[in-house]
Design a protein around this ligand. Structure first.
Ligand code: NDP
Length: 399
């Protein structure tokens, strides 16, 4: 049916490409291109028993001209950007120039400012419309599945949604005192930023990790979770009518937080360049180099993730509460694709989003977050491709 160019060859790309190869009626040809081509070749080697024609290439995605040349040579229907958020705009520029659909899992962040927001990518709306191409922003788990959950809840369960709490629990244990489950630089930038949530039309900012709650997660148990800013808060606050409050909580263990505090206190999480023995280095990038590679955690991680949204609102004039979530087992994910659940829960929705574009079900010129499309085929895709969802009509609430 279609051709996809996947850019990036990390944990998420590995899962997405293997899932595309499983879905070979839709993904007839896939090229994996990244900075280090040997990693692309490793991913392709994992894809067995597939009709999908797979190939690899080397590309620096910061270089729009190089991406344009690659797109022209391979002629894909869609570019699936699974590199880092820093590459979003250069890849989007290449898609506009070549009139090729675009999809990513994380919104643009400038390497020099640890602040992600959609304004940079929403600014491409007219360019994408003029080129007649679809741009899908944030088709991972959160953002991604959590945003589709909101669209599904609004379509099927509520007349009006008033509050959303997004709960991201990783009950996995990799046995290291400190490691991050995805790209350490992106992860640490996210969790060391100020917390922020949206209430009654305003953003309320908190110190990092200032708001803590305990929650009893299905199949994981009781965990401490902390309020963070997360990018789907921005799109859902804008797109869900009648919303009064939206918050995001993520679980962290005590060891992770103690290490992070210590690293912060000594300056190791800083993104300000420093001079070290005559060479300019960024402390956070140096820290990344000494931490375990997230893709090496899969084999040793046990436990489950539980990520979902608690909605409160009105149906037929009555108050209603509804919880939609997914539980994913780290070891099951590892057995299937050789990656832990954090990469799995991101790579599967990236494949599903790309599939819906190729099938013409999510094709609309412009740039949109996933909550702006019909959620039903995506929800069916989650059940079919390894991330079945569960619902609870009387969940424990977060105060
Ligand atoms: P990794 O760090 O494992 O992989 C990133 C890949 O991008 C690497 O292969 C890297 O190449 C490549 N890359 C980096 N810069 C360039 C460049 N200039 N040109 C070409 N390739 C480049 O990250 P993950 O796989 O964990 O994450 C991928 C994306 O998914 C990130 O944007 C992350 O923020 C997002 N994400 C989204 C989630 C969600 O739920 N929405 C959850 C988790 C992640 P090299 O191998 O040479 O370093």
């Amino acid at each position: 049916m279609g051709k996809a160019l996947v850019i990036g060859a990390g944990g998420v790309a590995s899962v997405a490409v293997q899932k595309m190869a499983q879905n070979d009626d839709v993904f007839t040809e896939v090229m994996v291109a990244s900075r280090t081509e040997s990693k692309c070749q490793d991913i392709v080697a994992r894809c067995q028993n597939t009709k999908t024609k797979l190939s690899t290439a080397q590309v620096d995605a910061d270089d729009t001209a190089a991406v344009v040349a690659l797109i022209k040579a391979f002629d894909p229907d869609i570019v699936v950007n699974l590199a880092l958020p820093y590459q979003d705009l250069s890849i989007m520029d290449a898609c506009v120039e070549t009139k090729t659909h675009y999809l990513d899992t994380a919104n643009y962040e400038h390497p020099d400012t640890a602040k992600f927001e959609y304004k940079w990518q929403w600014a491409y709306m007219d360019k994408f419309k003029e080129a007649g191409i679809t741009g899908i922003l944030g088709s991972g788990f959160d953002p991604g599945v959590t945003s589709v959950f909101a669209a599904y809840a609004l379509k099927h369960e509520f007349d009006e949604i008033n509050t959303i709490d997004i709960l991201d629990c990783n009950g996995g244990d990799h046995g290291y005192p400190f490691a991050t489950n995805f790209n350490p630089e992106i992860n640490i930038r996210e969790v060391s930023a100020n917390g922020r949530y949206w209430e009654n039309g305003e953003w309320i900012e908190t110190e990092p990790m200032a708001i803590k709650r305990e929650y009893n997660f299905d199949e994981v148990g009781k965990k401490d979770m902390y309020l963070l800013y997360h990018e789907e808060l921005e799109s859902l606050a804008k797109n869900i009518p009648g919303l009064r409050r939206i918050r995001f909580f993520m679980t962290f263990g005590e060891s992770y937080l103690t290490h992070l505090k210590c690293l912060e206190n000594v300056g190791m999480t800083s993104i300000e360049p420093i001079n070290f023995q005559g060479q300019e280095i960024i402390p956070l990038q140096f820290l990344q180099a000494v931490l375990p590679d997230p893709s090496s955690l899969g084999e040793r991680t046990v436990g489950k993730t539980n990520i979902g949204c608690i909605f409160r609102g009105k149906k037929d004039g009555k108050d209603k509460t509804y919880y939609l979530y997914n539980v994913c087992d780290h070891q099951e994910a590892y057995k299937e694709v050789g990656s832990q659940a954090v990469s799995y829960t991101t790579g599967v929705p990236a494949m599903i989003g790309a599939m819906l574009v190729l099938k013409g079900l999510w094709e609309r010129p412009g740039v949109y977050t996933v909550d702006e499309f019909d959620p039903d085929p995506f929800m069916d895709g989650l059940n079919e491709w390894g991330l079945p969802w569960r619902q609870d009509f009387s969940p424990e609430l977060v105060d």
